[in-house]
Design a protein around this ligand. Structure first.
Ligand code: AMP
Ligand code: MG
Length: 493
């Protein structure tokens, strides 16, 4: 192990207010683990607006020595670093997992009283690392930073990214890369896979975890006589809403294994995720997703499958009679498609500026999407364009198709008695002008990785922080790529 020579700031000056509620749970749920010493921590990107929201001391963070803090070289008082145990179904197969390259420092109390996990990703080996090195490469950590912050700006529940530091040490993947550590902020890191792990231990562990998750994320259910049943229904509802939000912005998670689904309802674990350009429900970017299991349009179905894995773990808590438990689980799982469609249709209505519900809304939306698919129209630009007075030529081959559909849509708006100007203003607040386009993300990552140039990243993060604004100086970020054939994303190790 190398010795750090970097200056270490006073970690307590940062203003963390730690508690360690998770570390007080049964010992089988975690293993105490310390971040590794790293050679030369250097700040790559620090999220000042988020730091401010968390009530941190911005002056202390602005110092050169802050990099060492975000590399875990001085632990804040009150923190108690642990690696969390969990399991999961990966591509359908069950595996024991756990934080192999992440360390939870504890939970920080924000000025508004919220408890948030502070986690380092890439800070060295833990008992769960198996053959992995516990490290992370700069590219994937910056990728998580860019996309999670873009999701937050789009108003979608997500874990956040507070900082990325480089470690001054190489990590060996197919080629050597620069090592980095991401500081992640999350409502919690309790996953469907955490329940899968606990259920395989024993019922007491399972019940304790469920009580903890309810208290932390669904406190309104704490006193309910049927609280485990209501907990499952509430998780289902949040996940239905979340996937609907993803689909409404063209987001593809890329690796919806059950260990990558957070009980809180936040989007978590940004690996091979990407935003779709041309609309096609079969879109897949992940280099390993050959069967399209995690394709854009398959995400609601996979979420339902993941929730079935959660239900299996909770069966003993639903009812003392196993048949009753299974019947209840089935009933809630069967509700999922309708829950999802309710959220998705509400999202699509609002993307089209509609304020009332009409029986033919589903048909109106699907006929637009069918036309877009046929003409390979860009998802984001098409909706943004509909909110303009002079729509762009978004799908040249489908101009006639779009014109016929637009007439139908205008007629529908007229029935609502709405002025087109008001509709367009509203639509511009829900249809982003800019999303993290894959080619822009790659451009920012390669500048950082290959030339140590972080300016494209900072510029991209800036543009994505106000995705509904059209800023002329950033107009090029609205453009789809000239050609995206062969573009692949990779699991973020
Ligand atoms: P992920 O693909 O990030 O969802 O990770 C799946 C599992 O592999 C988790 O248990 C991670 O902790 C573990 N893992 C991923 N990368 C590494 C690594 N470099 N070293 C050790 N464990 C890892
Ligand atoms: Mg994961």
């Amino acid at each position: 192990m190398s010795t750090s020579t970097a200056p270490v700031a006073d970690s307590d000056a940062v203003g963390w207010r730690f508690d360690n509620t998770y570390a007080r749970l049964p010992e089988s749920l975690f293993v105490p683990s310390k971040p590794a010493v790293v050679r030369e921590p250097r700040m790559a990107v620090l999220n000042f607006p988020l730091a401010e929201e968390l009530g941190l001391n911005l002056a202390a963070l602005a110092s050169d020595a802050a990099a060492a803090l975000f590399a875990g070289q001085a632990l804040p008082s009150g923190s108690f670093p642990i690696a969390q145990a969990y399991a999961g179904h990966q591509y359908g197969g069950f595996t024991m997992l756990g934080d192999g390259r992440a360390i939870l420092l504890g939970e920080h109390r924000t000025p508004s009283g919220q408890l948030v996990d502070i986690q380092f990703k890439g800070s060295g080996r833990t008992q769960f690392s198996r053959r992995g090195d516990g490290r992370a490469a700069l590219g994937p950590m910056l990728r998580e930073y860019i996309i999670s912050e873009a999701m937050a700006a789009l108003g979608i529940p997500t874990t956040r990214s507070l900082a990325v530091v480089t470690t001054g040490e190489p990590v060996y993947r197919t080629v050597p890369q620069r090592g980095a550590i991401l500081t992640r902020v999350a409502a919690s890191h309790i996953r469907v896979g955490t329940f899968e792990y606990a259920a395989r231990r024993d019922e007491t562990t399972l019940k304790t975890l469920a009580d903890y998750a309810i208290e932390r994320h669904y406190a309104e259910l704490s006193d309910s006589p049927q609280k485990y049943r209501e907990f499952f229904r509430a998780v289902t509802e949040r996940q239905a809403a979340l996937v609907a939000r993803w689909l409404c912005v063209g987001f593809i998670h890329g690796v919806m294994n059950t260990d990558n689904v957070a009980i809180s309802g936040e989007t978590i674990d940004y690996g091979p995720c990407a935003f779709m350009n041309a609309y096609d429900p079969a879109t897949v970017y992940s280099s390993i997703d050959h069967g399209g299991r995690y394709a854009y349009g398959n995400q609601p179905h996979i979420m339902q499958w993941n929730l079935a894995r959660l239900a299996e773990t909770l069966l003993p808590l639903f009812d003392s009679d196993p048949d009753q438990s299974v019947a209840f689980a089935k009933e809630v799982l069967m509700e999922f498609p309708a829950r999802f469609e309710k959220h998705w249709l509400a999202g699509m209505r609002s993307k089209l500026g509609l304020t009332t519900e009409q029986p033919d809304d589903l048909d109106l939306v699907t006929s637009l999407l069918d036309g877009m698919q046929k003409t390979q129209a860009d998802f984001t630009r098409t909706f943004r364009s509909l909110s303009r007075e002079q729509p762009d030529d978004v799908c040249p081959d489908g101009a006639a198709e779009l014109a016929a559909w637009t007439a139908r849509w205008h007629e529908r708006l007229q029935r609502e008695g709405q002025s087109l100007a008001a509709v367009r203003t509203r639509m511009r607040k829900v249809n982003p002008a800019v999303i993290p386009r894959n080619h822009r993300v790659e451009e920012a990552l390669s500048a950082a990785e290959e030339r140590d140039d972080l300016s494209p990243l900072h510029r991209l993060v800036d543009v994505l922080s106000s995705p509904f604004d059209e800023r002329p100086e950033f107009a090029e970020y609205e453009e789809p790529p000239a050609d995206e054939s062969g573009y692949h994303t990779f699991c973020g190790t």
